[in-house]
Write a protein that binds this ligand. Sequence first.
Ligand SMILES: *[C@@H]1O[C@H](CO)[C@@H](O)[C@H](O)[C@H]1NC(C)=O
Ligand SMILES: *[C@@H]1O[C@H](CO)[C@@H](O)[C@H](O)[C@H]1NC(C)=O
Ligand SMILES: *[C@@H]1O[C@H](CO)[C@@H](O)[C@H](O)[C@H]1NC(C)=O
Ligand SMILES: *[C@@H]1O[C@H](CO)[C@@H](O)[C@H](O)[C@H]1NC(C)=O
Ligand SMILES: *[C@@H]1O[C@H](CO)[C@@H](O)[C@H](O)[C@H]1NC(C)=O
Length: 544
Amino acid sequence: MQQRRKSVFASAPFAMKQAALGAGVAARRNGAPLSLAAVVFALFVFATFLYNEDIKSITDFQFAAVRAKAPDLHLLQEAQAAAHAAVDTLARRGEEVIVRVMDAAAAANNTTTTANVIVDMGQEEKDRDVTMPTVSAGAGADEARRREDEEAAEKAASARAAAATAALRTVVSVPETCDLYRGGWVYDEVNAPVYKEAECEFLTEQVTCMRNGRRDDSYQKWRWQPKDCDLPSFDARLLLERLRNKRLMFVGDSLNRNQWESMVCLVQSVIPKGEKTLTKFVNGGNSNVFYAHGYNATVEFYWAPFLVESNSDNPKVHSVPDRIIQWHSIAKHAKNWVGVDYLVFNTYIWWLNTLDMKVLKGSSFDEGSTEYVEVDRPVAYKEVLKTWAKWVDRNIDPNRTAVFFMGMSPNHITPEAWGNQGGIKCAMETLPITNRSASLDVGTDWRLYAGAQEVLPTLRRVPVHFVDITALSELRKDAHTSVHTLRQGKLLTPEQQADPKTYADCIHWCLPGLPDTWNQFLYARIASSPWPADATDQTASKQQ
Ligand SMILES: *[C@@H]1O[C@H](CO)[C@@H](O)[C@H](O)[C@H]1NC(C)=O
Ligand SMILES: *[C@@H]1O[C@H](CO)[C@@H](O)[C@H](O)[C@H]1NC(C)=O
Ligand SMILES: *[C@@H]1O[C@H](CO)[C@@H](O)[C@H](O)[C@H]1NC(C)=O
Ligand SMILES: *[C@@H]1O[C@H](CO)[C@@H](O)[C@H](O)[C@H]1NC(C)=O
Ligand SMILES: *[C@@H]1O[C@H](CO)[C@@H](O)[C@H](O)[C@H]1NC(C)=O
């Protein structure tokens, strides 16, 4: 056994690391797995049943996707079968529920509904007779009747919109007392990954490890199981409903970009083609913006690797060996964060290059200052977080915006740390670390973690949710992109892939993969918060 490295981080809060250790693992209570083909049309039905078990009425299902083209009979049949199954389940529980699956073409142009209808499978003719207005009372009544019909249709449309939205306005249950970050990794081919690599067109080549030649895909199949509760399964529709008319923004370095990409993939699967757009390098080059048209929702990434201003703020041209920060200047970035509804910050990896941080002496790069002082890394880190915290506390409206701070994403560069003598960085690793001894030391600078723990509670107005991913991610030596990635914009050549010592990236993560779990923590917090009391009316009226 390797002698334990005498770490400079000996004072690290090992209690925190132990949080992830020795967790018992509960079997998960899962919903029945869905047939993929049925999902396209039936997911809406299912999602409603799975996540709002008490729902007693479901209105019509309109599908933007089917609006464009003729209904696929096979899909429709599957959808009907799925709906039948769902109904049977509820019926067995004695619930009074009748579900209606309409012919897709008719559904696409139907403007009438009743809030609680819902009978019939495919009896369009009979149904039409029933809802047709009864015989007219004379020729003069035609105009009045037409107006009545219009009004009724309008009312019905808004009722339907409200009901459909209400069905998604669920509050996911996550016990406040449950520490989501304490638990273990469970191999689970049924529930992981949440999406498929080939099914997310927005993934960059940097993270598509399978396409880039990785052979084993087991890294995609580990699910995080908290010890004392379940992490809610990710439901893209519920999250998008939360994001309706809102902005979610990740701010930070390339690890946060990694997580942003994951979030885009997590939500995009339920948005039809043509109703989603990804725009890169907008806003002076610092922002990537994913836009979900139908929801008027964005999932954005903003490049600011130190959060404060630095000479590394150009997202494309930033391989600066001499990293210099301005630890009290944040406004230039922060003005882009104002009014965003969900803010997710991180900063860590850029601090690791040197033990000391270079801090600009003059007032700004713009004024040509170049002189700097060198400051001990944890001291500078804490000072930067204080600058950030002060800005957040002064400029964020906690009634509008939820703020998250991501724990540090660990690297896996020292295989001796997990007992793999002779290993090369994270290359060829296919399993998480299972041997969880308290002395696991993959080189994380826990002093920065401690700094964050000190600064975050000092905010007075704005609560910040700390997303404690570090210890649980330390176990995932198998999940990095390693040699299945790019270097300077180009896929590694076979020769480079054969030389992991030089080329393996043991910092970033494959997708699907670990960052999906980080986003599930965000999801758990966002989807479990109460809806504002007045939001129903607002949403319903905005939809028209
Ligand atoms: C929907 O129905 C209305 C009449 O009820 C008709 O005017 C309209 O063209 C239809 N739209 C489509 C897309 O079929
Ligand atoms: C429209 O919806 C109503 C109520 O759900 C139904 O009675 C009617 O048959 C539908 N019309 C068409 C064309 O599907
Ligand atoms: C669309 O979203 C933006 C950003 O959240 C918001 O400011 C705007 O009011 C929304 N538009 C509508 C029509 O609700
Ligand atoms: C947030 O809203 C509550 C209730 O409406 C109000 O009392 C409180 O002052 C608000 N807080 C801030 C910081 O605006
Ligand atoms: C367990 O981990 C330690 C380092 O934390 C390592 O030295 C040891 O060899 C590992 N044991 C096994 C069986 O892998």
